[in-house]
Structure formats: structure tokens, C-alpha cells
Design a protein around this ligand. Sequence first.
Ligand code: SAH
Length: 253
Amino acid sequence: MSGSLTIVGLGPGAVELTTPAAQQALQSATDLVGYETYVARVPVIEGQRRHASDNRVEVERARHALALAADGRRVAVVSSGDPGVFAMAAAVFEAVETGDAAWRALDIRVEPGITAMLAAAAHAGAPIGGDFCAISLSDNLKSWETIGRRLAAAASADFVIALYNPASKARPHQLARAFELLRRHKSAATVVVFVRAAGTPDATLRITTLADASSVPADMRTLVIIGSSTTRLIERGNAAPFVYTPRAEGRRP
Ligand code: SAH
């Protein structure tokens, strides 16, 4: 089989934040596959076929992409941010694991991108300068019980916690539940950062505390970072404060 499949990370939004290697993979593809919002971010190339879908069943989309590659096409599957972070790369490997044995012989690669957490952290300063973890609040593929257990474990281990998928129209209340749970393990004064549309010209930053975090709106384009016990602010007059977590534990640098 001469076809190939590259799962490409587009980065968080601004075209400058798509790596040159990712752009190269997009340009050399004969076929683009992905959620329509992400496919729309890729400049049109004459002759390139676009398979944009509003289908949220990622494994079906992955199977379609693998079938195209098995037909000899050079396929790019697009994801926002990094394709390995709560995105299409794992869906493709799920499809490979359970699908046609011949798919294992295909040239399949992952082209990394800047994930939302990194773009959001950069807006705020250096909030993930110490140990951190990332948790998706979406319960489409796991139970709320699992999410709660992981939040509690991360909080009691004093990780900085990045929350992906904090809220959607179908799940408006989970973020408040997550904050409620975290307040049982962490100080009410813990720094919480909301970054919407990180890495785009529309980016907005809100800095608050765990006590007040429930009153800040969040949607599907928001990344929430909950600080560790050492995450702090550097105030600076009229400009937004820098939020940072020192590299050393427990003491002022
Ligand atoms: N693969 C993506 C994440 C997919 S999960 C990545 O690596 O970034 C989708 C979630 O990512 C959203 O609900 C939101 O929490 C976050 N997200 C994606 N793009 C974002 C952006 N530009 N700014 C803030 N959060 C973003």
C-alpha cells in the first residue's frame, strides 16, 4: 500500500502557531479529513479533496480516513491544538487496533501541534512552571465518577490542573461541580485562570480564585487552569498580573 495518513495538529488558532511541519503535511495531502470547523481553517489547495463532517463520532471519521489511505491516497486528518491531546490521533489508533489488519501496514504519522494548555498558559505567564496534569471534563467517554476521582487525586497531590472541555451546551453544570469538589481539597484562595480562544486574536484572560471561580463563564473554547498551592500573581499596575508557579516547591525563590 502506498497511501499514507498523517494526523495533523493545527495549533490553537492563529496560523503562525501551526508548525511549518504541519503546514507541509497539509500541503502535500491529497485528502483532508476532519470536523468541518477545523477543515475550514486550512487554506484551500486546488485539487485537494476535502471530507469535512459535522459528525462527532471520531472513530467513524478515522475509519473513513484509513480507508482512503488504504486506497492509495495521502490523507491528512486535522485536529485543533495537538492531535494527541483529547483528539483524533487516539481515535485513529483505536480504529487501527480494531479494524482491517492491512491498515497496520500503512504509513501513519502524528504531526504535533501547540495544545490549548500551552497557548493558554503562555497568555497568563508561567502557571504550569511546576508539576501539572491535564484532565478533560467531558463525560462522553468516561464517567463523572472517574473524573471526580482524578480531580481529587490531582488536588491532593497538589498538581497544577489544566481542565479541557470545561463546559458545553450539553454539560453546563460540570465545571461548577468540579470547583465544588476541588474546594474540598484546596484553599479557597487558589489561583484559577480562564483563557478563552488562546492563541487567537480574540484571546481573553480572566484571573480569579477557587472561591469565586464558579461565577466566571466558560464554554467549549475555554481552557481553565487551577493553580497549585504555590501558584501566585505578580501584580503590575495597569497591566494584567503575571500568573506563575515557581519551579521550586514550597518556598519563595
Ligand atoms: N486537541 C486539542 C484539544 C481538544 S479538546 C488541543 O490540543 O488543544 C477541546 C477543548 O480544548 C476545548 O473544550 C477547550 O477546553 C480546549 N481548547 C481548544 N482550543 C482552545 C483555545 N484556542 N483556547 C482555549 N481552549 C481551547
